[in-house]
Design a protein around this ligand. Structure first.
Ligand code: RB5
Length: 150
């Protein structure tokens, strides 16, 4: 299951992502927002989608706001979340291969629909490499999150 969340500014992209996920056989948990008119605070929706990932109910989450920046900053404050803000497919792929990112953030005011869906697919279909050096670095990120010194 993939969690999706947006604010009002990215409601349109959230719907495009939801449709793509369902068309490609993925289950979707939609954390909102649910319209493009009511001003919505992106941290609320980052929290709603990412808590599903942190608790294990969803494997990954995709967050959208105007730029993707606010969503990524908020998501990365949540324990267990490694959110990658991507505007290209190479970064989306490397975020999985090297960083084991479990959340993707994108910006509706930044991307076109075609590139958006290529980024989404690259993120969802690329596995973590599992290589020792990358595991070690991801473990260090987790240690930082716990407040440990490196
Ligand atoms: C909303 O206007 C906008 O600030 C928000 O969608 C996002 O881009 C913040 O990072």
């Amino acid at each position: 299951m993939v969690a999706i969340g947006s604010d009002h500014a990215a409601f349109g992209f959230k719907n495009i992502i939801a449709r793509y996920l369902r068309q490609t056989g993925r289950e979707v948990f939609d954390a909102g927002a649910f319209d493009s008119v009511t001003p919505a605070d992106y941290p609320d929706f980052a929290a709603a989608a990412c808590s599903r990932v942190a608790e294990g109910g969803c494997e990954k989450a995709i967050l959208v706001c105007g730029t993707g920046i606010g969503m990524s900053i908020a998501a990365n404050k949540i324990g267990g979340i490694r959110c990658a803000h991507c505007s290209d497919t190479y970064s989306a792929k490397m975020a999985r291969l090297h960083n084991d990112a479990n959340v993707l953030a994108v910006g509706e005011r930044v991307l076109g629909e075609g590139l958006l869906l290529e980024i989404v697919e690259a993120f969802l279909s690329t596995p973590f490499s599992g290589e020792e050096r990358h595991k070690r670095r991801v473990d260090k990120i987790t240690a930082l999150e716990r407040g440990d010194s490196l």
